[in-house]
Design a protein around this ligand. Structure first.
Ligand code: GDP
Length: 467
């Protein structure tokens, strides 16, 4: 659950896990400056100028009795920081234990540990960024490959927030003029002429259409996207197939293979129709499986829009799995299966995830149990994203935004269309105004001017701590 409380001062390690040369601890909130002054020896913040760029200084913090570490302190003392609250970054040696000791010291001084994505959440709540930019921040962190990074960076810089903001401003202006006219209807004062009104609505409609084109997926007609389960025998594919379909009233059809069949189940995720394919044993790379069956399996893989690579979390990764992971072509989600069979103290999942990262896989990784259902919802999200990323006609908007905002954008566009028709057919200004309000409401949902806790959970729940 995200926290809307911005009065606390929050702190977290902001550098990536693992050993790096330098590490960062980030602090933000009203008590930041007081904290810095207490922690740093001989630190006088009065001289810190009020600039957009951070001011920096060097100093030492005592993290244990007699044990001091050198720190480069970067300080944004005013609301011109990322979160629009006083913010400090402590840059120091990248050792995890030392970073944790510094973090403890900061929390001992009155800060609390930040929740995942909380710095970006504050940037959003303070109005520094809109929801599409918050999603882009996450996409920058998660991006694998130049194209994805480029898309995310452009969106973070306001590639979508800018045009959406200007359409909202224009529509609000039009609405104000219309409403003023309605207020003075008796006096016969016209604040906006019909041709002007039509022109403004047409312009908003065109801009919305351009954004919708960017967001729309490749037209597949009624054809469903294909998601193929894949992995070693006994890795839990069939169980996952059933678990994913179990929650929906689905039709499972057996498609005759050669020596073995494969199953196709219909799955609907985020209004997308998907065919989930279980190659049901055809993947076995043994001599018992005919080459025709293997050919079938390869064809399924090649036609896939996304693949779910199941890895049994109880076993070590096999050489075949490692080789597959380092050679990916289609969008792939790695699924660590059977996690209900681990004791709560086991570090196996963390170790296994690290092994998978070490072979070079930097895509989505979800731990699931087909027994208990844990992780299936997150897996659903990742499947939708993988499919969207593989299908966007114009990859200029990050997948999470496409998923979240498509429907609202469609509503916004439709309402502008209705408003235009109402003007053309002279249906009265009340009706035109109410359609413009509907459009503004839908746009408000896209940028986050109107939001619910669920939406914030959806967007910020995916972040890691420290961002
Ligand atoms: P496939 O050969 O990859 O399709 O693997 P299966 O789905 O047939 O699973 C192999 C074995 O692992 C079966 O005995 C399943 O019951 C078991 N299994 C699969 N997923 C889970 C899970 O999430 N939890 C538990 N406890 N067992 C599982």
């Amino acid at each position: 659950m995200v926290s809307l409380d911005v009065d606390d001062t929050i702190a977290a390690i902001a550098s990536a896990p693992g050993s790096g040369l330098r590490g960062i601890v980030r602090v933000s909130g009203p008590r930041t400056l007081a904290l810095v002054e207490t922690l740093f020896e001989n630190c006088d913040l009065r001289g810190f100028p009020n600039r957009i760029r951070p001011s920096s200084t060097r100093g030492q913090i005592e993290i244990d009795e007699g044990l001091k570490v050198d720190i480069d302190l970067y300080l944004w003392p005013t609301k011109r920081s990322y979160t629009r609250q006083p913010t400090a970054e402590f840059h120091l040696i990248g050792s995890r234990p030392v970073l944790e000791m510094v973090l403890n010291k900061i929390c001992g001084g009155g800060a609390r540990l930040a929740r995942p994505g909380e710095f970006t959440l504050r940037a959003f709540l303070s109005g520094r960024i809109d929801l599409t930019q918050a999603e882009a921040v996450l996409a920058v962190i998660d991006s694998s490959g130049e194209q994805q990074l480029d898309t995310a960076l452009r969106q973070m810089a306001g590639g979508l927030a800018g045009p959406l903001g200007s359409i909202r401003d224009d529509l609000m202006g039009t609405l104000a003029e219309l409403e003023a006219g309605l207020d003075f209807v008796e006096e016969d004062i016209e604040f906006i002429t019909r041709p002007q009104l039509l022109k403004q609505l047409e312009s908003a409609g065109q801009k919305l259409e351009t954004i919708q084109k960017q967001i729309s997926l490749r037209d597949r007609g009624t054809e469903a996207s294909r998601v193929v389960l894949w992995g070693e025998p006994n890795s839990g594919k069939s169980s996952l197939f059933n678990a994913l379909l179990g929650t929906q009233q689905s039709i499972v059809t057996e498609v005759a293979g050669t020596t073995t069949d494969f199953l196709v189940g219909e799955l609907v995720l985020k209004s997308m129709k998907l065919d989930l394919v279980d190659t049901a044993g055809a993947e076995e790379r043994s001599e018992y499986v005919s080459s025709q069956a293997q050919q079938h399996r390869i064809e399924q893989q090649e036609q896939a829009d996304a693949r779910l690579f199941c890895i049994d979390s109880l076993r070590e990764t096999t050489p075949w799995e490692k080789q597959q992971l380092s050679n990916l072509t289609t969008a792939c989600v790695v699924v660590l299966t059977k996690i209900d069979l681990h004791s709560s103290k086991s570090t196996r999942l963390t170790d296994l995830s690290q092994q998978i990262r070490d072979v070079g896989f930097d895509g989505p990784l979800v731990a699931t149990s087909s027994e208990s259902g844990v992780g299936l919802e997150s897996l659903g999200e990742e499947i939708s994203l993988a499919v969207i990323n593989s299908q966007s006609t114009d990859q200029s908007i990050v997948g999470t935004t496409v998923l979240r905002a498509s429907e609202s954008l469609r509503d916004a566009s439709a309402a502008v269309g209705h408003a235009k028709n109402a003007v053309i057919h002279q249906l009265g200004d009340e009706l035109v105004a109410s359609e413009i309000r509907r459009s503004l409401e839908a746009l408000g949902q896209v940028v986050g001017a109107i939001y619910t806790d669920d939406i914030l959970d959806l967007v910020f729940g995916r972040f890691c701590i420290g961002k």
